[in-house]
Design a protein around this ligand. Structure first.
Ligand SMILES: Cc1ncc(COP(=O)(O)O)c(C=O)c1O
Length: 448
């Protein structure tokens, strides 16, 4: 039996949370400068700091588990600044300044993704961005099937249900990407309206061959939607430079019908910032609706006339816009953050490959690295993974777990699935801790 420690921030971070609450309160008004806050407000924030203290240390390099990190300081401050107005990017009535900031920010992201002419907007999340893409896909190909790979995010099957379209899963390769032969075989049978490809899978961080899938979609007259929620910003490294990522799938983004990308993952933003991009701006007609309440202040098209969501946070757009101004979408700008992440992943994979007691699941395509204790059976490896996970947590290292097919790892499948360790090396500081972390791994006794 393994016991995992309760989440707890280091004492200095809890103390800082306590201080920040009191420091922020006097700044919370645009109409006047700081009054002395009432005691009960301070008490509420102190109680909040205590509760937040029961978190994993997401800001630390020793947290390398899920896709989590605090936003860039400019995003944080920009968000707080714009929150003094709390504008609403539904209509230009509610958020004139932030609506235009949104247009400028999403245009930069679309261009980074090789989409020069486009229709794009921010969404609450990757899930909502994908929802809009599949809703448009269904409207353009009514009655046809949406297919995604076994490794694609679970959201696609569920969203298909929500928008009322049949969904089928196509097998993935043991490399964790869409199986092109299986896809072609399915396309040949007919009835497929849209193929969902993944640029950076959630589990293993693998990149589908978007270029090859786009060829197949051209041949069989299907749409292609790319879920780049996680991997989209790695386009900044797909230029032949070092460190880099495979070029072809990223170059092919110019050819795809829609792309979901999450600035709240690799775009340094707080949660609540997804983005959907359509290559054909005329899909905007599908969003058309009348509103008796809004759309009065300008004859320009209002954001809400081109988005499924109504109220959307103007502060989200402001934070993103300011971040992109401070950290532009270039290899030297935001790309330098991704380069650190990619460097860390390559270095960790290299170290794990050289350790006797550990096996790398796959060479990383991006910055997610998965590995497991060496062993022969699925049950034995899974049990050893649990031991190692708990031992790492006890030493202050927070990783994640992933369940994969035992046969994909060449293990004796005494049970169909095997649990492995997974790390997302998405913070700049991760590049500095790889050796220390690998030394800790080497010192564990996971019992296989
Ligand atoms: C590839 C992919 N698609 C979609 C999602 C869902 O995005 P969100 O959590 O922003 O709704 C995720 C989240 O991890 C993801 O990795």
């Amino acid at each position: 039996m393994t016991v995992v420690s309760e989440p707890q921030l280091p004492p200095d971070q809890i103390a800082r949370l306590h201080r920040r609450g009191g420091e922020l309160l006097p700044l919370a008004s645009l109409t006047h400068d700081g009054d002395e806050p009432p005691a009960e407000w301070l008490e509420a924030l102190a109680a909040l700091a205590d509760r937040l203290g029961q978190s994993y240390p997401f800001a630390d390099a020793q947290y390398l588990g899920q896709m989590l990190k605090p936003p860039h300081p400019v995003a944080w401050a920009g968000y707080a600044m714009a929150m003094l107005l709390n504008s609403n990017n539904h209509a230009l009535d509610g958020g004139p300044a932030t609506a235009y900031l949104e247009q400028e920010a999403v245009d930069q992201i679309a261009r980074m993704l090789h989409q020069e002419i486009h229709l794009s907007h921010l969404t609450a999340s990757g899930t909502i961005a994908n929802l809009e893409a599949l809703w448009v896909a269904r409207s353009l190909h009514p009655g046809k099937v949406i297919v995604s790979g076994a490794h694609a995010h679970y959201t696609h099957a569920r969203i298909s249900e929500v928008v009322g379209v049949r969904h089928e899963t196509v097998p993935s390769t043991d490399h964790g990407t869409l199986d092109l032969s299986a896809l072609e075989e399915r396309l040949q049978r007919g009835g497929v309206g849209t193929v969902v490809a993944t640029l950076g899978s959630t589990g293993l961080g693998m990149v589908d061959r978007i270029d090859r899938i786009a060829d197949l979609c051209d041949e069989y007259d299907a749409r292609i939607h790319v879920d780049a929620a996680y991997g989209g910003f790695f386009t900044l490294l797909a230029d032949g430079g070092t460190p880099g990522v495979a070029r072809e799938p990223f170059d092919a983004l110019a050819r795809v019908d829609s792309i979901a990308i999450d600035p709240h993952k690799h775009g340094l933003q707080p949660y609540g910032c997804g983005c959907i991009i359509f290559r054909d701006p005329t899909v905007g007609h599908l969003y058309r609706h009348d509103s008796p309440y809004t759309y009065f202040t300008s004859d320009d098209l209002h954001p809400g006339e081109l988005s499924l969501e109504c109220s959307r946070s103007g502060a989200t757009a402001a934070a993103l816009w300011a971040t992109l101004r401070a950290v532009p979408l270039t290899r030297d700008g935001l790309g330098s953050h991704l380069a650190s992440a990619r460097t860390a992943a390559l270095a960790l994979a290299e170290r794990i490959r050289l350790l006797d007691d550990w096996m790398l699941v796959l060479e990383p395509d991006l910055d997610i690295v998965c590995w497991h204790p060496s062993g022969t059976t699925a049950s034995g490896v899974s049990a050893a993974t649990e031991v190692a996970f708990a031992q790492l947590a006890e030493r202050g290292w927070h990783v994640a777990k992933l369940v994969v097919n035992a046969t994909d790892l060449g293990l004796e499948a005494d049970q169909p699935a095997v649990t492995v360790l997974r790390s997302t090396l998405m913070k700049r500081e991760h590049a500095d801790i790889v050796d220390e972390f690998a030394d800790v791994l080497a010192s564990l006794n996971h019992g296989v």
